[in-house]
Every structure is written in structure tokens, then in C-alpha cells.
Design a protein around this ligand. Structure first.
Ligand code: NDP
Length: 248
């Protein structure tokens, strides 16, 4: 008898080559799921994630697909279903940030954040929805900055993650009758390329948390795993702050 809670499940994680997404891929695979993931350009990192998973006896499939591109995202979903045989867990993790004052904020950076963080989440859900049945899970990765911002410069990013949070709630209402849950995991400062633990802002950012330290990508992966668990079927439409007390 298997002790792996996600045995037999098929998952797709967007942006799984590095950071939080890579750890989510590893965790869902360790829980027994077959896991496909997309990446933008980090092919070497993506290959390493596949090698990590397969060396532990799991199944991982890396798919190059720009989260902002509806055609590529739809193709990634279709390939996941074709190669893994179905889809029960969608994790919308791919995200980008650009910090700058609002006056003269670069238009291209505004467009990129909206395209990846908001549009990318929408396109993945739209592509996946026809494949997700009763008991399926949509897990979005938002940000604690949707609720509280401790320093200037991240207004656009906060706006996009606020959109992810409200999309989550509305979608939970829409998909509830189909038995599909939708939740938003909102990380605080997590040690990744996006939020380096060294540098100009690292020390002050650390102090914004009640725990006075950065989180690890595994902290986020653990909550994604919990939400994907078959026994978590009555949790939907919720924001899960995993932020070391940042929003307290
Ligand atoms: P990283 O920058 O470390 O990694 C981002 C991942 O997303 C990479 O795998 C990258 O792949 C992928 N990605 C980025 N853009 C695209 C795209 N257009 N198409 C496909 N894949 C893409 O970020 P984190 O791991 O730190 O962040 C993951 C999520 O968590 C994001 O949504 C972020 O906003 C959120 N978050 C992170 C926090 C933190 O402190 N780290 C705090 C709050 C929220 P590639 O390199 O191949 O392009």
C-alpha cells in the first residue's frame, strides 16, 4: 500500500525551473504526483529539476513555454495531459517583479508583470479547466505584498498580486459546483533569485517578518502540498499567507 498522498495525480507547475516553483515540483513529485512544469529560459536549471525528481524515482517533464503567451501556455497544458494522461493539480507559480518609482515607471516592465503575473494565471486556468474534474486543485502563488507593502517601489507588482488574490476568490465561487478548489498561497520574503538574502534591502526586509528571517522555498512547497492533498477538499477561495508574520 502506498503512503504517498498524491500517487496517481498529475500536476502542472508554471515556472518550475528555479526558486519556489522548482521546490513545488520536487515536493509534489515526492508526494507521488507525476509533475510537468514550464520554464521560460533557464533550460539548465529545468534539466536539473527533472534529474533531481527522476533520480528519486519520480516523474517530471520540463516544457519550455512563456507564461505570458496564451498559445504556448495552452500547448503546455495539452502536452501535460497527453504525456501524463490527465491533469488534477494546476499551480500558477510563474511570476516576475520590477521595483521602480511610479513616475517614469518603464512601460515594458508594467506590461511584462501584467502579462506574466495576471494574464499568465488566467491563460493557464482557461487552458486547464476542460481537463480538471471533481477533486481537482488550482493553487495560485500570489504575494504578501497584495495585503501589506512596507516600502515604496512595488506598486505595480502589488497590483498584479492583488488581482491574483481576487481572481482566486471569484474562481473558487465559479468552480465550486464542479468540485474544484482554488486557493492563493501568498509568500513573504523567500530566499530565491527574486529575493536575494544579501544586498542593499536584505537586512531590512528580514526585519519586516515577525520571525526575523527569510523563508525557504520548501516552506511554500509544503503549503502547496497540503492544499493539493485529497483531504483538503473543503478549503477553497482562501488566501494562505506563508510569510513569517510579514502581514501581522
Ligand atoms: P524566481 O525569479 O526565483 O523564479 C521564477 C520562476 O518563474 C523561474 O522558474 C522562471 O523560469 C519562471 N518564469 C518567470 N517568467 C516566466 C515566464 N514568462 N514564463 C515561464 N516561466 C517564467 O522567483 P520565485 O521563485 O521567488 O517566485 C515564484 C513565485 O512566487 C512568483 O509568482 C513570485 O511573484 C512569488 N513570490 C515570491 C516571493 C519571494 O520572496 N521570492 C515573495 C512573494 C511572492 P525561467 O528562469 O526559466 O524563465
Amino acid at each position: 500500500m502506498t503512503t504517498k498522498p498524491l500517487a496517481g495525480k498529475r500536476a502542472l507547475v508554471t515556472g518550475g525551473s528555479r526558486g519556489i516553483g522548482a521546490e513545488i515540483v520536487r515536493r509534489l513529485a515526492a508526494d507521488g504526483a507525476s509533475v510537468a512544469f514550464t520554464y521560460g529560459s533557464s533550460i539548465t536549471d529545468a534539466e536539473k529539476v527533472v534529474a533531481d525528481v527522476t533520480s528519486r524515482g519520480g516523474t517530471a517533464l520540463a516544457i519550455q513555454a512563456d507564461a505570458a503567451d496564451p498559445v504556448q501556455t495552452t500547448a503546455a497544458v495539452e502536452r501535460t495531459v497527453a504525456e501524463l494522461g490527465g491533469l488534477e493539480v494546476l499551480v500558477n507559480n510563474a511570476g516576475v517583479v520590477h521595483a521602480a518609482p511610479i513616475d517614469n515607471y518603464p512601460a515594458a516592465e508594467f506590461d511584462r508583470q501584467v502579462a506574466v503575473n495576471i494574464n499568465g494565471t488566467f491563460w493557464a486556468v482557461r487552458a486547464a479547466i476542460g481537463h480538471l474534474g471533481q477533486g481537482s486543485r488550482i493553487i495560485n502563488i500570489g504575494s504578501c505584498l497584495a495585503d501589506r507593502v512596507q516600502a515604496p517601489g512595488v506598486s505595480v507588482y502589488a497590483m498584479t498580486k492583488g488581482a491574483v488574490s481576487s481572481f482566486t476568490r471569484a474562481l473558487a465561487r465559479e468552480l465550486g459546483p464542479k468540485g474544484i478548489t482554488v486557493n492563493n498561497v501568498a509568500p513573504g520574503p523567500i530566499a530565491t533569485d527574486m529575493t536575494p538574502t544579501e544586498g542593499e534591502f536584505a537586512e531590512s526586509l528580514k526585519r519586516t517578518t515577525a520571525l526575523n528571517h527569510y523563508g525557504h522555498p520548501k516552506d511554500i512547497a509544503a503549503v502547496v502540498s497540503l492544499l493539493a492533498h485529497p483531504e483538503s477538499g473543503y478549503i477553497t477561495g482562501a488566501d494562505w499567507n506563508v510569510d513569517g508574520g510579514f502581514t501581522v
